[in-house]
Design a protein around this ligand. Structure first.
Ligand SMILES: [Zn+2]
Ligand SMILES: [Zn+2]
Length: 119
């Protein structure tokens, strides 16, 4: 499944403009979502969710369902719509990965999808 291509422009309270891009699988139900930061206190993460009526930051637990080729934990939030992260392909990232592997075959190894949650 390809990644949703929704993009938004959001002004922060400090006046900076951010451009969240949706990380969910294409044609998902409900609002779009971009990961913002880990919330170690709750073991979840803050996501920016948006739709036609605007956006908001929400704290959500991790999905953590494992699967895919490497049995990785899903890096999306609990009860997210559409496919788990290990089944969602970002076409831009995938194209870059293939180009890097072509230029540097010595580095060719499937990168582990998923985020470093140790920090
Ligand atoms: Zn989306
Ligand atoms: Zn999931």
């Amino acid at each position: 499944m390809l990644q949703c291509t929704a993009l938004a422009a959001v002004r922060s309270p400090q006046g900076e403009i951010g451009y969240p891009s949706c990380e969910l699988g294409e044609e998902h139900d409900g609002e779009h979502a971009e990961f913002c930061w880990d919330d170690d206190a709750t073991g979840g993460a803050v996501w920016f969710r948006w739709g036609a009526l605007g956006g908001r930051f929400v704290l959500l637990p991790w999905c953590e369902t494992t699967g895919g080729e490497d049995d990785d934990a899903c890096t999306l939030f609990e009860h997210h719509p559409a496919a788990h992260s290990w089944a969602v392909v970002d076409p831009t990232r995938e194209a870059l990965r293939q180009e890097i592997e072509r230029l540097h075959p010595e580095l060719a190894r499937r990168p582990k999808p998923g985020r470093d949650q140790s920090s």
